[in-house]
Design a protein around this ligand. Structure first.
Ligand SMILES: Cc1ncc(COP(=O)(O)O)c(C=O)c1O
Length: 464
């Protein structure tokens, strides 16, 4: 048994190294203007490959400094590693990805298939088809009480593009409450603006308070990013909490708000989803980001949207027009069917939400039995974000693994020894926690929790 564990540990390390190497190879760079030497690789090179190498040695491989400053996504790195381990034959359970495990509902799939056979296979208008933009306006009016014109909607390949870049630039500050979705600080850096991270604690329910916002506001503050329900914490802002934030926003004429509402349909009662743009005076300042990926289990269809005042929608569309152009015509036809499923996604989305809620309760109950794991049950999304700070640090160690200094090490231990992939909270700006996605089947979650509990049993795991 010990030999099996040792060999699987070595395999995991080799796979991690390979994944890291391919990433480094993809992102390695010299300082601007620096000519990078390509190392000679051995005596058996052909004349042609030697020539190619020496030609490459002449090429300046430095990158745009803004790109060079970007950090690769830890969630993607872990998902890739878990996938590689699985493919190598290890029985890994991946709870790292932010993706529903359900199939796209049948009516949506049918509409996509139909779009292909009916020839919706040509370029889409840059901001999306008029039919879908109108359907999105209808959805925003009926479900969110927000009245937009089709010109204020930009459909895009995923929910995250262009709007940060359209509104912020060098000299601007963007306020991001932590824990945050991994991509926001990086998008801000890419735009040339500076992210200002505001820590929120589990005692605050991982919600930004009006006081904390007030404390960081400056004349250079340009954008506040709110995400409710939140990835990674699952926290949901109440109307009162958002109103208190809006009161502060109102005092700062330059401040815009990006409201990421991509998990809106995955909000568990008694919590309810409130759209920030619907609060008095906030419509003109708010960029609402939403998409089809999460609630409709359409991650691979790559379709999201922005709803924003005309000037911001137009600027976002200009960037999109020069970079990706409009999103997939096929996905847009499918999305019309998604919005036609009924209020808040109708019966198919309600069924997925019910399953997520049952799983959330199961995972929360199991975690509450593990000494040192602290969790307030979150009201939305499909993640829990327990505080594991009592399990790591000076004196923490695991049998056959060694010291467990922090959440990153804890995740590595759980991956190597329990073969369960989680994401360390450091990826989201809070190193005291780990993110567990419960978008997995009941049996998978049970097996994962059994393994985690066993790996953290005091007989094999020493707490600080
Ligand atoms: C909070 C949040 N916003 C936006 C997105 C982007 O989703 P997509 O690009 O699939 O539309 C994600 C995906 O993980 C997310 O978690």
């Amino acid at each position: 048994m010990a030999a099996v564990v040792a060999s699987s540990t070595l395999r995991v390390r080799a796979l991690a190294l390979a994944a890291r190497r391919s990433r480094v190879a993809a992102s390695d760079h010299g300082a601007p203007g620096h000519l990078r030497r390509v190392a000679a690789v051995g005596p058996v090179r052909s004349v042609r490959s030697r020539r190619a190498l020496s030609a490459r040695a002449e090429v300046d491989q430095s990158l745009n400094p803004r790109v060079a400053a970007l950090r690769p996504s830890k969630t993607m790195a872990l998902t890739d590693l878990a996938r590689a381990m699985k493919e190598s034959g290890l029985p890994v359970i991946g709870l790292a990805a932010g993706e529903p495990d359900f199939d796209t509902p049948a009516a949506i799939v049918e509409a996509g298939r139909d779009a292909i056979t009916r020839g919706f296979t040509r370029y889409s208008p840059n901001t999306g088809t008029e039919a879908l933009r109108k359907a999105v306006c209808e959805k925003l009016k009926e479900e969110n009480g927000l009245v937009y014109a089709p010109e204020e909607i930009v459909l895009s390949n995923g929910a995250k593009q262009s709007s940060v870049m359209a509104t912020t630039g060098p000299g601007d500050e963007v306020i991001i409450p932590a824990p945050y979705w991994v991509s926001y600080p990086e998008m801000v850096r890419l735009s040339g603006a500076d992210p200002v991270i505001v820590q929120t604690t589990s005692d605050e329910g991982f919600l930004l308070t009006a006081e904390k916002l007030k404390a960081v506001l400056k004349p250079s503050s340009r954008l506040l990013i709110l995400c409710s329900p939140s990835n990674p914490s699952g926290a949901v802002y109440s109307r009162e909490a958002l109103e208190a934030i809006a009161d502060v926003v109102r005092t700062h004429p330059r401040l815009l708000v990006l409201a990421d509402e991509i998990y809106e349909h995955i909000t568990y009662a008694p919590a309810t989803h409130v759209s920030f743009a619907g609060l008095p005076g906030m419509m003109e300042r708010t960029l609402t980001v939403n998409g089809f990926s999460k609630a409709f289990a359409m991650t691979g269809w790559r379709l999201g949207y922005l709803a924003a005042p005309r000037a911001f929608a137009k600027a976002t569309a200009t960037i999109q027009g020069q970079i990706t152009s409009g999103p997939s015509s096929i996905s847009q036809q499918a999305a019309i069917a998604a919005l036609g499923l009924g209020l808040n996604g109708g019966a198919p989305v309600a069924a997925m939400k019910k399953a997520f809620e049952t799983r959330r309760d199961f995972v929360a109950a199991r975690l509450s039995n593990i000494p040192g794991v602290k969790l307030d049950v979150p009201a939305g999304a499909f993640y829990v974000f327990p505080d594991v700070s009592a399990l790591v640090g000076d004196g923490a160690s695991a049998e056959g693994f060694g010291p467990v200094a922090d959440g990153d090490e804890l995740c590595r231990y759980l991956l190597e020894k329990a073969q369960v992939a989680l994401v360390p909270g450091s990826a989201f700006g809070n190193p005291e926690c780990v993110r567990i996605s419960y978008a997995a089947s009941d049996d998978t979650l049970k097996e994962a929790l059994d393994r985690i509990e066993k790996a953290l049993n005091p007989e094999v795991y020493t707490r600080p």
